[in-house]
Design a protein around this ligand. Structure first.
Ligand code: CP
Length: 326
């Protein structure tokens, strides 16, 4: 009789996207995030899982949620962290990304979290340096930890992802969140749709396994949950929509539209929100919204990803373990 072989690692050396992660791999990350989640409710929010590890957060684009939640996740796991932005690094003097990474490598860092405007940056870095690389958003390609935290938030609310109907509404063309959501949801057995102006829905997106709705009314009638995306005006050179007011009139997620749904819809938004454009305030702050729950889950998911890449999965609190003193 042979001993049972250990399970395959949930993640490899890096996390650059969700496209190639199986449903089982994704579920393992989400299960581990649930175990780490209770750390953030403790009076002392610390575990030594990453003690002795050094992590660089390399953000070439602005970020509130992703950068801060990575930093919290790293600190709650005991890592030593350094934050670098493009304007305060030597990239602003013309240094290439690879030279920046090589210099970081020479300082013997263990992990790099990178956000960059160019698709493929994380994978490129991952192929050049031995440190673990985590993609915190690369151009319009992927934002895998956002996808994972969206999946966890949906699973919390519905108890499962299989068979769930999720429609992503808004600027699909420029959105890395849309792609990571589509891959993650399809790979875990959910049904996915996208809805937006024809100019902002990439041709052939159905090949990723999703359907396309031209009108929000159709999306609202079909879906269990809407993931609402902002117009990424900073990535638009041409006139993709006639005006923001017109966009809100045709594609905005409003209380009046939600009232037409045949079931209670759950509303997600990755942030930052443009209230009154893609989503109205009474929806964003209303009973359908899980938007701040997404933010809470972001820290837990990032703790799980960091621990898995560092091979410290076993340092997480046991599932369902009651909190000391609770
Ligand atoms: N969701 C998200 O990526 O937000 P930030 O740009 O604030 O990190």
């Amino acid at each position: 009789m042979t001993a049972a072989s250990p399970p395959a690692p949930a993640l490899g050396k890096d996390l650059t996207g969700l496209e190639r992660l199986s449903g089982d791999q994704i579920r393992r990350v989400l299960d581990l995030a649930v175990r780490f989640r209770e750390i953030s409710d403790r009076p002392i929010k610390k575990l030594p899982a990453l003690r002795g590890k050094t992590i660089v957060n390399l953000f070439f684009e602005p970020s509130t949620r992703t950068r801060i939640s990575f930093e919290f996740a790293e600190k709650r796991l005991g890592a030593d962290t350094v934050n670098i932005g493009a304007s305060r690094s030597s990239v602003s003097k013309g240094e290439s990304l690879v030279d920046t990474a090589r210099n970081l490598e020479a300082m013997r860092i263990d992990m790099v979290v990178v956000r960059h405007w160019s698709a493929g940056t994380a994978a490129f870095l991952a192929s050049r340096i031995p440190s673990n690389v985590i993609n915190a958003g690369d151009g319009a390609h992927e934002h895998p930890t956002q996808g994972l935290l969206d999946l966890l938030t949906l699973r919390d609310r519905f108890g499962k992802l299989e068979g769930l109907r999720v429609c992503i509404v808004g600027d699909i063309l420029h959105s890395r969140v849309a792609r990571s959501n589509i891959y993650g949801l399809v790979n875990t057995g959910a049904e996915v749709a996208v809805c937006g102006p024809r100019t902002l829905v990439p041709a052939g997106i159905e090949k990723l396994g999703c359907r396309v709705f031209a009108r929000v009314k159709e999306a609202v009638e079909w879906a269990d949950a809407l993931n609402v995306l902002r117009l990424q005006l900073e990535r638009m050179q041409g006139g993709f929509v006639p005006s923001l007011r017109e966009y809100n009139r045709v594609f905005g997620v409003t209380r009046r539209r939600l009232a037409q749904a045949p079931r209670e819809l759950v509303i997600l938004h990755p942030g930052p929100m443009n209230r009154g454009v893609e989503i109205d305030s009474d929806v964003a702050d209303g009973p359908h919204s899980v938007i701040l729950r997404q933010v809470t889950n972001g820290v837990a998911v990032r703790m799980a990803v960091l621990a898995l890449l560092a091979g410290r999965e076993s340092d997480a609190p046991a599932a369902g373990q009651p909190r000391a003193g609770a």
